[in-house]
Design a protein around this ligand. Structure first.
Ligand code: AMP
Length: 219
């Protein structure tokens, strides 16, 4: 099993970069945010537990998150290469991930810290739109759809995530600083942290990540 992690504040481009990597490499994209949104949509037990936290821009409790991640890993093949997006977000989650990987005689191979300035993060989030049907991401200015409010890929309706409102965005940035930023030194100490400038065009950031991580999935 191989594991890479995309780390960075809300709006740093974790989902966008993961999508770019997924289309050109065999990494399996595991987004805890996407899994939770799906659970909320389907009103599952996990969804009901998570919904309030997500609306407020707070973190969902560690036991819920680790539960869904372990379930996901148990479904995959032992040779799979995972790319986590939005997980781990606390030291506790990082330690539990290490323990889970140890059970598979594995460890985190690389953590890519996607770095971009605060103003850019905010403008990316406020302008973000997502297709309700296929999940394709857009931005009202940077990546506009051809027809207003309509997905270029599947014709689905574009919407703004409930937690992309200005007030919730500021809270999410705060939560990142207080609860997630400590992961930078945790992974730096392990010698697996790689800093990437994610204020550039998506393909440049994707290329930087693959220059380092590509060898993990070479036949
Ligand atoms: P994201 O799509 O990664 O921005 O996640 C959206 C929301 O889901 C976050 O603001 C949290 O409320 C929740 N969430 C996603 N991943 C995690 C995680 N690893 N730990 C706790 N909460 C999470």
């Amino acid at each position: 099993m191989k594991t890479i992690i995309l780390l960075g504040g809300p709006g740093a481009g974790k989902g966008t970069i993961a999508e770019g990597i997924r289309t050109v490499s065999p990494f399996l994209h595991v987004s805890t945010g996407d899994m939770l949104r799906e659970a909320v949509k389907n009103a599952t037990g996990v969804g009901r537990q998570a919904e309030g936290y997500m609306k407020r821009g707070e973190l969902v409790p560690d036991d819920v998150i680790v539960g869904i991640v372990e379930e996901r890993l148990a479904q995959g093949s032992p040779d799979a290469a995972y790319m986590f997006d939005g997980f781990p977000r606390t030291l506790e989650q990082a330690r539990l991930l290490d323990k889970t990987l140890e059970k598979h005689a594995s460890r985190v191979n690389y953590v890519f810290l996607l770095e971009a300035g605060r103003d850019l993060l905010i403008s990316r989030l406020t302008g973000r739109r997502v297709c309700r049907s296929c999940g394709q991401g857009y931005h009202v200015i940077n990546i506009p759809p051809k027809r207003d409010g309509i997905c270029d890929v599947c014709g689905g309706e574009l919407y703004q995530r409930a937690d992309d409102s200005e007030a919730t965005i500021l809270n999410r940035l705060d939560v990142y600083t207080k609860q997630t930023e400590s992961l930078i030194s945790y992974y730096e100490a392990k010698g697996v942290l790689v800093r990437v400038d994610s204020s550039r065009a998506r393909q440049e950031t994707v290329a930087d990540v693959l220059r380092v991580a590509g060898s993990l999935v070479q036949p």
